[in-house]
Design a protein around this ligand. Structure first.
Ligand code: ZN
Length: 328
């Protein structure tokens, strides 16, 4: 019945601004990809409408490419996901709470649907198709406005009981620390995100100059200054790497992964950045725990989320071998 024998899934990466979608093969190959506005500032219904639009676009692509069809739809979404339902924790999407996303999309499209937290999808995508290819035990962290993460054990996402865990950015690293966005204090995210690096640089800069407009400063700008040898920027980067390295050392001591993959804007600077983080992480990790661990930059960029979302479809299909053997 199969023309190519190869399965394809639609991977959807839902964000506060846009919905990225792609038609992806079992081997991680992207056959088509696109982007739609997510309409996250309007309503949950509007967002669901856009997801359905993304599915419709992918169906057109399947026809155009003369492929067999779609094996299922994987969706990565902000927030905490329990059993296909977004429980909450997605402040950047209006009304995105208690949304039975998997059930709704399944009923509207007829496809199998998997839903997971977006950082988890990115981590799984990098593990199976990106920097972690070939590894089974991977810790993924993305360092941007915040710090997100995922833990892959034995090639599968580890999400904690009922999907409520692996908030790797919200590990407290400082007792009596500053207030974090999560409501607690002293979290890794508050001290070691790209935003924290920018914040510390601006604070230090303001101490030296009189308050200029610093609105244009981003993580990338600081990395450029570091490359040029700017002492203040380098000082801030070293402190950032020390803090992030401590956090990663903790993850190494807990999971002893084969690989720690670092994504996000700062990691785009490549080895210039990764080598500094690596040095600090291994300095603080227990050598016995770290002996099998490598630390690398992510390679899939903004494709990781869609790739991981598609991967969860293929994994859920392989969890039900009876369906495949019955048809053959
Ligand atoms: Zn926190």
């Amino acid at each position: 019945m199969s023309m190519t024998g190869k399965k394809y899934a639609v991977g959807i990466d839902l964000g506060g601004t846009s919905i990225k979608y792609a038609l992806i093969g079992e081997d991680g190959e992207f056959r088509s990809a696109g982007k739609l506005p997510s309409m996250a500032d309007i309503s949950a219904e509007a967002v669901i409408g856009q997801i359905l639009q993304a599915v419709a676009e992918s169906e057109k692509a399947v026809k155009g490419l003369c492929l067999d069809g779609i094996a299922g739809i994987g969706i990565g979404t902000p927030g905490i996901v329990e059993n296909g339902t977004v429980i909450g924790g997605a402040e950047n999407i209006v009304g995105w709470k208690d949304v039975e996303l998997a059930r709704i999309i399944r009923e509207k499209t007829g496809y199998e649907v998997t839903v997971e937290n977006d950082a988890n999808m990115m981590g799984l995508g990098e593990t199976l198709y990106g920097a972690g290819k070939g590894a089974s035990d991977v810790v993924f962290i993305t360092v941007g406005t915040g710090i997100g993460g995922a833990v892959v054990i034995g090639g599968r996402l580890f999400t904690g009981y009922r999907g409520r865990g692996t908030e790797l950015g919200h590990v407290p690293i400082l007792a009596d620390g500053e207030q974090c966005a999560c409501g607690s204090r002293g979290c890794l995210e508050h001290y070691a995100s790209a935003s924290a690096l920018v914040r510390s640089y601006i604070e230090r800069l303001s101490g030296r100059e009189d308050g200029n407009c610093h609105e244009q400063i981003h993580g990338r700008h600081i990395m450029d200054l570091c490359r040029k040898g700017d002492p203040l920027a380098l000082e801030c980067l070293n402190r950032h790497c020390e803090l992030l390295g401590q956090g990663i050392a903790g993850f190494i001591n807990i999971f002893s992964p084969q690989l720690v993959v670092i994504g996000g804007g700062l990691a785009d600077a490549g080895e210039f950045y990764i080598s500094r983080v690596r040095e600090k992480a291994f300095l603080h990790a227990m050598p016995e725990c770290a002996v099998n661990t490598e630390i690398r930059g992510a390679v899939l960029g903004n494709r990781a989320g869609c790739a991981g979302a598609a991967a969860t479809v293929f994994q859920s299909l392989s969890d039900r071998p009876e369906q495949q053997t019955d048809r053959s």
